[in-house]
Write a protein that binds this ligand. Structure first.
Ligand SMILES: [Zn+2]
Length: 287
């Protein structure tokens, strides 16, 4: 943790300093070594089992946002409380997630925080950026400006398997890896956005400039992210799905019509099938 409580004040870790956990009240030890970022560690485990040890990645993200928003402890009506990495003054919670999270745990956070945005570390595992790139190579563009991609095989990407079925917004941070879509687009400046899962389980992706994201957060414009950029796209996604389904139905209907026509024309019986090949129709008995 970055902050401990000492005489009611939030203080950062310094050699020899003492403090207590602002969430569970237990004693914290200041860790101020050479290798890791200076931080507070629990002597006993924290009551907040959601808390994960901070990495430099966490700290870099938090430090881009106002100090008074960092490590805030929201409670619900039942008294349950957790340390949110960041909570904006308009009550958006930003969770920076480095380690793997079980889906049940992620769902319980999606439920606990009503306005939640996840930022996921896409650089923890060596293969994640590469797998994600492979998924982009196979994805279909719903539109190009802004880029919105319909993912074909989300199960082939571990990150999407872990994060593709959430109900909150998820931004994946691939650090300085170059990610590209076909020939048209290559950048290391973006976060990749995983949309909340659609009712029929489809996964859609888009990208968002990392610096704009940080700027919008700092200016308390999370609502704006939703109103201007997310909700209209969500609407497009829903329309796209309806159209795709209709197109699927339409092509099935056409296939069926063609099948019936061939059967009529060649007098193919109920217990017969046919093969429509280069040399015309070949009829055979169905086994
Ligand atoms: Zn604690």
């Amino acid at each position: 943790m970055k902050f401990a409580l000492f005489n009611g004040e939030r203080i950062e870790a310094k050699k020899g300093a003492k403090g207590e956990c602002p969430c569970c009240g237990s004693e914290l030890i200041a860790k101020c070594g050479e290798v890791y970022i200076h931080h507070w560690a629990h002597k006993k485990k924290c009551d907040d089992h959601w808390w994960e040890n901070e990495t430099e990645w966490h700290r870099n993200w938090k430090n881009q946002l106002p100090e008074e928003w960092q490590e805030i402890i929201p409670r619900d009506e039942s008294g349950e409380k957790h340390i949110a990495d960041v909570k904006t003054s308009e009550d958006w919670v930003i969770e920076f997630q480095h380690s793997r999270l079980e889906p049940e745990e992620r769902n319980s956070r999606d439920n606990f925080y009503t306005k939640l945005i996840w930022v996921v570390d896409g650089m923890r595992r060596k293969t994640d950026a590469k797998q994600f790139q492979n998924i982009l190579n196979e994805a279909k563009a719903v539109f190009h400006e802004p880029l919105l991609l319909d993912v074909n095989y989300p199960e082939e990407c571990r990150l999407l398997k872990e994060w593709g079925n959430g109900s909150s917004l998820i931004f994946v941070d691939f650090g300085d890896s170059l990610i590209s879509y076909k020939d048209g687009y290559t950048s290391a400046e973006d976060l990749w956005l995983i949309y909340p899962q659609t009712s029929d389980g489809k996964v859609f992706l888009s990208h968002f400039l990392r610096n704009s994201f940080i700027e919008l957060l700092n200016n308390n414009k999370c609502d704006e992210i939703f109103d201007k950029l997310i909700n209209p796209i969500q609407k497009e996604i829903n329309e796209y799905i309806i159209n795709e389904k209709a197109a699927g139905k339409e092509s099935l209907r056409r296939l069926k019509e063609k099948d019936e026509e061939i059967r009529r024309r060649f007098g193919i019986k109920e217990d017969e099938d046919y093969f429509d090949g280069r040399n015309g129709i070949r009829i055979f008995k169905r086994y």
